[in-house]
Ligand binder design. Structure first.
Ligand SMILES: Nc1nc2c(c(=O)[nH]1)N[C@H]1C(S)=C(S)[C@@H](COP(=O)(O)OP(=O)(O)OC[C@H]3O[C@@H](n4cnc5c(=O)[nH]c(N)nc54)[C@H](O)[C@@H]3O)O[C@H]1N2
Ligand SMILES: Nc1nc2c(c(=O)[nH]1)N[C@H]1C(S)=C(S)[C@@H](COP(=O)(O)OP(=O)(O)OC[C@H]3O[C@@H](n4cnc5c(=O)[nH]c(N)nc54)[C@H](O)[C@@H]3O)O[C@H]1N2
Ligand SMILES: [Mo]
Length: 779
């Protein structure tokens, strides 16, 4: 008998799962989805995998010696002791109380960055923040790994509301189809990236919409080191460049406009400040400090750095002035050293073209990075679990995690401030995997050795869980009732529980309720409600907000019964900064000048060498780093988002597993580079970067340009080898842990200078897909 499919929603889309005898046995696309994502195929293999956390567990050394710094945290041979729920909760409540009493709540780090669980109610991070707020607060983190540099830079140069719209509310693909003639995208337009949105999307529409735009005659140019960053069915010209050189290319495009009198000076005069300063820099009249003398940023100059022929740059610049042109700079481009620069330069180029604020033209950042970019906005937000307020005023930029743990009290620069790292005694993580997402995992391991206690809530025994002293098993989305939608989504979906919890896993809401009880704040945390009652309440509040705008949705029972309701009143902007373009006096930007700041007095006043007052060319380590240790690293590794999974989630699933080579992450290499390194298709190789090494399996492919190799993120970090940092192929074992600049301090994991060589002998086995010592499996 065919299993009955149940609807569910994840960050990677809405689909159905087939269940037999309380087990997930298969998946099916939602029939209403025009282009379902293949990532759903990872779900059955992950749901009941032997690495599920089935019982609360405590690290033996912590249990026996009590809290304290311990450099052995994360040791693959460390042992865990499984304990009763009541024991785990007693230990945890006592420890939280000890730390907050002795060191204050700021000593608890609860930033807990990560993309765990798509539901509106059981969203892991929101739950943790609510709980920590009820016990007195915590040190938080701000901005994201996705676009940390943009989040700091753009409020300074276009002001806050415009910056938020730029990142979250760009015009839709339909508007692009109608108005855009030429879309030039730095960082490509990967359809596989659009499978993701925070909260998931009712349907995967971005891929088909891009194709429709192409069919309707929109011309695409993909500026990127990988040919297949755009799908083959788009009419697209690939402009292949060396990674990390976009700013040089963008400055050269401006050079052509200034040099040939093609720059829109009327636009620059009316809507921007600092264009003269930038122009003098581009033309080689002034340097980045405004002093006389400098380098002419000509197409020939850019060709030497980027590998893009000067004639192609000239032709593109001219073409851009003849067409309604949209310049898109993807998020990847800023996830590298000096990541602020290509974004600022991209905006400056769009200003020189004079098209900012016009339908289908101007500047954007995020097409091809996220599925709901250009998806519009929901009129009153989405139903949500209130998080309360944090009584502690202590924070770090999110990618400063290792620096914070290793250097308590030390100063660092950030967005014009000199700040000091807090002294963290307890790290509490729920719904994220820093041993997937952070750079230099050796260093992160040292950092995790510093606090007195590490607590992790997880569904699976990830590398992060294996750095914890107390591990709390959490249910997955399939094991609890919830609802999902993303910003700008078409429909809100019910996600009724389809299988019972694995082992003794519990909903985190219930875990926090029991902890709150032990700490005397149960009433404050629950306000007398179960999670089901919170869901009804959140929905009801959302419904009344909609009603105030005369927008109607059914009551909660009606919604739950239907399983899916359309979200009414979606807002869509025709252009970014459209009002400003129409009337810059009446609708100024919220910047000091009221205009777009091509030169920012404020940023210049910070005096940062790594982010001066206007966009400048600064060569990052991807361009210059041959290895100061003397070791040669001739290749640039692109650590982009995996097509075959979502970050590290469900890496053991079959779609992810099918891409591996001898169970290792696939490393794509151009045939010339494979030959030069003396390796062939299917070989297990050692990849060495500035902070460590990993094993990977070679895939020979001419999609990467010569000199560039691709190793996507997210294969589970496995430090069990003796002569290599990660035996499985996680690129963060190789990456430098360094901020974009003193301004943004964003993460810089995208580009890593590496060497590839054959691995001699039998490669060590991958052990991370077995639970740690002392943990009994339950499948
Ligand atoms: N080198 C390099 N590194 C990068 C990037 C890059 O381009 N290059 N990109 C970066 C980017 S953009 C991002 S966003 C980050 C992503 O980094 P993360 O968001 O940290 O990665 P995920 O694998 O999604 O981690 C989510 C974790 O939550 C767990 N989980 C799922 N559901 C639940 C739940 O209900 N409760 C709990 N407690 N846990 C749950 C999953 O098992 C998983 O371990 O990585 C960054 N890292
Ligand atoms: N399937 C899948 N999709 C995802 C995710 C996932 O884990 N899996 N994660 C999601 C998340 S959280 C985020 S934030 C977004 C991120 O979205 P993006 O940052 O846009 O995604 P990436 O795949 O990291 O990078 C896109 C492409 O940029 C190109 N690139 C790299 N360096 C350079 C450079 O120096 N110059 C130029 N011009 N191009 C360069 C690479 O070839 C790469 O394939 O993706 C989301 N989508
Ligand atoms: Mo991200």
């Amino acid at each position: 008998m065919a299993a009955k499919p149940h609807p569910t929603s994840t960050h990677w889309g809405a689909y159905r799962v087939e269940v037999e005898d309380d087990r997930v046995v298969g998946v099916r696309p939602d029939p209403r989805d025009p282009a379902p994502s293949p990532l759903m195929a990872n779900t059955p293999g992950a749901q009941h995998h032997r690495t599920r956390v089935a019982r609360p567990a405590v690290r033996r050394r912590w249990l026996e010696h009590g809290p304290g710094a311990d450099p052995r945290r994360g040791d693959p041979d460390d042992e865990y002791v499984e304990v009763e729920w009541s024991t785990a909760l007693d230990l945890l409540a006592n420890e939280l109380d000890r730390v907050r009493t002795r060191h204050g709540n700021a000593a608890i780090f609860g930033g807990s960055y990560g993309w765990g669980s798509a539901g509106r109610i059981h969203h892991a991070q929101s739950q943790l923040h609510r709980f920590l707020n009820t016990i007195g607060g915590y040190t938080r983190s701000r901005t994201t790994y996705s676009h940390g540099a943009v989040e700091v830079l753009f409020p300074r140069i276009i002001g806050v509301p415009a910056a938020n719209r730029l990142l979250h509310r760009a015009p839709s693909w339909e508007r692009i189809r109608e108005h855009t003639e030429l879309l030039v995208s730095f960082g490509g337009l990967r359809v596989s990236n659009t499978w993701i949105a925070s909260g998931g999307r009712a349907a995967q529409t971005a891929g088909p919409a891009m194709r429709a735009a192409s069919d309707a005659g929109v011309e695409f140019v993909s500026v990127s080191p990988l040919r297949d960053d755009t799908s083959a069915d788009l009419k697209c010209t690939w402009m292949s460049l060396k990674p990390g050189t976009d700013t040089a290319v963008l400055l050269a495009l401006m050079h052509v406009l200034f040099d040939e009198g093609l720059a829109d000076t009327a636009f620059l005069d009316r809507y921007t400040v600092g264009a003269d300063r930038l122009r003098a820099y581009v033309m080689g009249e002034r340097d980045e400090h405004g002093e006389p003398g400098g380098v002419e940023r000509s197409p020939e100059w850019a060709e030497r750095l980027s590998g893009v022929p000067a004639d192609d740059l000239r032709a593109l610049a001219r073409r851009m002035t003849e067409k309604r042109t949209l310049v898109n700079v993807g998020w990847s481009v800023q996830r590298a050293k000096y990541g602020e620069q290509p974004l600022w330069a991209g905006l400056a180029l769009a200003c020189c073209l004079g098209q900012v604020g016009s339908p289908g033209g101007g500047f954007a950042s995020g097409y091809g990075s996220m599925g709901n970019y250009g998806g519009g906005a929901t009129p009153v937000g989405l139903p949500r679990m209130p998080q309360g307020t944090n009584a502690v005023d202590s924070l770090i930029p999110v990618a400063k995690i290792s620096d914070m743990l290793l250097h308590p009290g030390e100063p660092y620069d950030y967005d014009g401030e000199r700040r000091h790292f807090p002294d963290i005694r307890l790290v509490y993580w729920a719904g994220g995997n820093p041993f997937h997402h952070h750079q230099d995992l050796n260093r992160l391991t040292r950092a995790f050795g510093r606090p007195e206690t590490v607590v992790v809530h997880e569904t699976h025994w990830t590398a992060t869980a294996r750095h914890a002293d107390i591990v709390i098993p959490a249910t997955t989305v399939l094991e609890r009732d919830d609802m999902a939608a993303s910003q700008g989504d078409l429909a809100l979906r019910a996600m009724p529980r389809v299988v019972p919890p694995h082992g003794q896993a519990r909903d985190e809401y219930d875990t926090y309720t029991d902890l709150a009880e032990r700490m005397g704040v149960r009433e404050e945390f629950t306000e007398g409600r179960t999670s089901w009652e919170w869901m009804r309440l959140a929905y009801g509040r959302w419904r009344s907000l909609l009603a105030r705008r005369d927008l109607e949705v059914p009551d909660f029972d009606g919604f739950w019964e239907r399983g899916r309701i359309e979200i009414p009143g979606r807002i869509e902007d025709a252009a970014l900064m459209g009002e400003f373009r129409e009337d810059p006096e009446d609708s100024p930007l919220r910047t000091p000048s009221g205009r777009i700041e091509l030169y920012s007095e404020t940023i210049a006043s910070f005096g940062y060498e790594d982010c001066p007052g206007h966009p400048v060319w600064l060569p990052g380590p991807a361009v210059t780093d041959q290895g100061e240790d003397g070791a040669e690293r001739p290749l640039v590794l692109v650590a982009n988002q995996p097509r075959e999974r979502f970050h590290s989630q469900q890496d053991m699933g079959k779609y992810s597993a099918a891409q591996k080579v001898h169970g290792r992450a696939p490393l794509r290499m151009h045939p010339e580079d494979a030959e030069a390194a003396g390796v062939s298709e299917g070989d297990v190789v050692r990849v060495t970067g500035p902070s460590g090494s990993c094993l990977a399996g070679v895939v020979v492919d001419d999609a990467p340009r010569p000199g560039v190799v691709q190793l996507s993120t997210g294969v589970w970090y496995d430090p069990s080898g003796s002569d290599v940092t990660c035996v499985h192929g996680n690129p963060n074992a190789l990456a430098r842990d360094e901020g974009t600049s003193s301004l943004g301090q964003g993460c810089t994991g995208q580009l890593i200078r590496v060497r590839v060589e054959p691995y001699e002998g039998d490669p060590p086995p991958v052990r991370i897909f077995h639970p740690p010592l002392g943990v009994t499996t339950q499948t």
